[in-house]
Write a protein that binds this ligand. Structure first.
Ligand code: UD1
Ligand code: UDP
Length: 368
């Protein structure tokens, strides 16, 4: 083991585990690597279920999550813990994905320890620091400190070039969310929730911090209107456990007969629910990437997105947390067959499932 390169892969939340799983598995299969997995556990249950699904056991677990954690304390606690980990582990390289507090603090801690950091899903930008909040700032900081930028698309590469990143440090890999999806979607996927098969399924998720408060209430009002106007649909909404989301959802939608509120679904059942759905309404980053590959239209509950590719292809539409727009656009897709077919085309601008392979190839070549 002595000559193997120590690669520390860090995951904190559900989407990081999903998108890092193919990378971790591909790195573990290499003869030149000593892969160490660090779970900050910024998320607890939602992280654990993904790690279990992919059969990856963390070597180190910071168990950092507190109920209703605040951004500043989470950041401060992570930095202190990461300091100890990096001193003890002395990795040759650290990899982390995306735009969460975990990723931003890992990039900063690596910078202080002069350890090269590879940013998976690099270069996504809205160019608006308040949207999404705090993710735009997190990814800008992580990107500024990264040695390697694994950009999912050509447009994310262009964003990085615009910020002055050297082209030599950027590799367009495709998004590893598609690697994970293809590892999963072909399996038998039981949603695990009793659904009414005579009704069209509308799958809903939302959790963004910039939508806390009134915007969430608008979204809930729109879902209620859609459920009441369309008795032939069933809305399935796995509610994010953040109390700012959960409390509003249960208060405003808990008594609606064709809306099912449930705990977050495990990853495979959630993919099963996406496959079964007629339409998806979500503010999730990952869902915006997965749904087009599964041929499902997505109405995005945001005014801007760092994932413009699917919007430009016409398979994802931005409706904001706006009551009228959500109702109008969802109703159109429920009523108008040709509008629906135009969005349900099954095209994927985000990757070809070889993202992890390309990331590993870059590191292999670097250490050769
Ligand atoms: C975090 C990320 C966001 C990402 C999202 C994915 C930050 C600041 N936010 O948002 O970018 O899109 O994850 O879901 O990095 N909780 C549980 N159990 C869990 C997970 C969360 O109870 O398994 C609850 C806890 O009360 C926790 C709260 O949710 O304090 C918020 O978690 P946090 O990671 O801070 O923010 P998210 O809204 O989940
Ligand atoms: N997901 C899941 N169960 C759910 C909802 C979502 O496994 O109940 C998966 C989904 O397939 C996607 C990821 O979680 O890969 C998206 O996570 P989230 O929306 O929490 O974060 P974001 O992508 O917005 O950062």
């Amino acid at each position: 083991m002595t000559n193997r390169k120590k690669i520390l892969c860090v995951v904190g939340t559900r989407p990081e585990a999903i998108k890092m799983a193919p990378v971790m598995l591909a790195l573990k299969a290499e003869s030149w690597t000593n892969v160490r997995v660090l779970a900050t556990a910024q998320h607890r249950h939602m992280l654990d279920q993904v790690m279990n699904f992919f059969g990856i056991e963390p070597d180190i677990d910071l168990n950092i999550m507190w109920p209703n954690q605040a951004l500043t304390t989470l950041t401060a606690r992570l930095l202190l813990e990461l300091d100890d980990v990096l001193l003890a582990e002395k990795p040759d390289v650290v990899l982390a994905q995306g735009d969460t507090t975990t990723v931003m603090t890992v990039a900063l801690a690596c910078f202080y320890h002069r350890i090269p950091f590879g940013h998976v899903e690099a270069g996504l930008r809205t160019w608006d620091m308040q949207n999404p909040f705090p993710e735009e700032a997190n990814r800008v900081i992580a990107g500024r400190l990264a040695r390697w930028h694994f950009a999912p698309t050509e447009s994310s590469r262009q964003n990085l070039l615009r910020e002055g990143v050297s082209n030599a440090d950027i590799v367009v890999t495709g998004n590893t969310v598609i690697d994970a999806l293809l590892m999963t979607a072909s399996k038998e996927l039981d949603v695990g929730i009793e659904l009414d098969d005579t009704k069209r399924l509308v799958l809903v998720t939302f959790h963004r911090r910039e939508n806390f408060g009134e915007p969430f209430r608008n979204i809930c009002r729109a879902l209620r209107t859609l459920a009441e106007r369309n008795p032939d649909i069933q809305i399935l909404y796995p509610v994010h456990p953040n109390p700012n989301v959960k409390d509003v959802a249960h208060e405003m939608l808990g008594d609606c007969s064709n809306i099912i509120l449930c705990e977050p679904l495990d990853y495979a059942p959630f993919i099963g629910a996406m496959k079964k759905s007629y339409l998806i309404i979500s503010d999730s980053g990952g869902v915006q990437e997965e749904a087009p590959a599964l041929g499902k239209p997505v109405l995005v509950l945001r005014d801007e997105t760092e994932r413009p590719e699917a919007v430009e292809m016409g398979v994802v539409k931005l409706v904001g947390p706006n009551y009228e727009r959500i109702v109008e656009e969802a109703q159109l897709l429920l009523d108008d067959e040709s509008a629906y077919r135009a969005m349900a085309r099954g095209v994927s601008p985000y990757g070809d499932s070889k993202g992890a392979e390309r990331i590993v190839a870059v590191l292999r070549e670097h250490f050769a």
